[in-house]
Design a protein around this ligand. Structure first.
Ligand code: ZN
Ligand code: ZN
Length: 259
């Protein structure tokens, strides 16, 4: 089975293509389970996400598409939620969805993965930035509010690499992920970024496998042509590391599939 759980829609204001176009491409690629996980509303960085007032319309769009395409593909409803203390909203956290992806895109409100704020990388020690990132990831896992860890090592996006071994930096976060029963996504968006590799790296995926942390797959598509890009690379890496199953969700319950 082929699965892809992290995809966006035009409602976040930085993705292009209609829901129908995304789904038709997913069907073409013979994806069996395709999930939308729009950037959830938040009272911070509002420009790049769904608005609170559009939540019902988003849900309605996805559920209508689920019904419309049910003979061809299984469509899931989710959100990608920013882990940002003080800004996570109960309307999102308790939403009636198939899953919630928890992602760290901000360190103390600094959008480290946004090219607009690239100068922030020159203001601090790179190893300290990586430490703060994985501390936030650990706290995100400990919060117990999310099902999937979004792009585990997004902090590598611009290729500012630490001197310290990344396995050491991510160790406590991975343990918290295991403890909170979260699933790790193999996210292919990194292939189209300066780092040019999957999230997570092979080294971190091996560490996750040792801890028996389950995985899922995602394109993190913000455009139709990004759907499924790098999928073979992701499954090959996963199999190479030892994985044979991936996780899908329904009403926030996990189910294992063979990929
Ligand atoms: Zn996005
Ligand atoms: Zn993200």
């Amino acid at each position: 089975m082929r699965i892809d759980l992290h995809n966006h829609t035009e409602r976040c204001n930085h993705a292009v293509g209609t829901i129908d176009e995304y789904i038709q491409r997913a069907i073409e690629l013979k994806i069996d389970i395709y999930g939308f996980s729009e950037h959830a509303p938040m009272d911070f960085d509002e420009k790049y996400r769904l608005a609170f007032c559009d939540m019902p319309a988003y849900v309605n769009d996805i559920l209508s598409a689920k019904e419309k395409y049910k003979k061809e593909i299984d469509i899931l409803l989710g959100y990608e939620v920013d882990y940002l203390p003080g800004h996570m909203d109960e309307r999102v956290l308790s939403a009636d969805v198939d899953y919630l992806i928890g992602s760290v895109h901000f360190i103390d409100k600094w959008g480290f993965d946004n090219p607009e704020f690239l100068s922030g990388w020159k203001e601090k020690d790179i190893d300290e930035i990586w430490k703060a990132y994985f501390e936030a990831t650990e706290a995100m896992a400990r919060s117990g509010k999310f099902d999937i860890v979004g792009h585990l090592d997004l902090i590598k996006v611009f290729k500012f690499m630490p001197k310290t071994d990344t396995r050491l930096l991510a160790k406590d976060a991975l343990q918290a992920i295991k403890k909170s029963n979260m699933v790790l996504e193999l996210n292919t968006a990194g292939l189209r970024k300066p780092i040019g590799e999957l999230y997570p790296s092979r080294a971190l995926l091996e560490a996750a496998y040792e801890l028996e942390i389950p995985i899922t797959f995602s394109s993190d598509a913000h455009a139709v042509e990004q759907i499924g890009a790098g999928y073979t690379l992701a499954t090959t890496l996963a199999k190479d590391v030892g994985y044979t199953k991936a996780v899908t969700f329904q009403d926030r319950d996990k189910q294992l599939i063979t990929f």
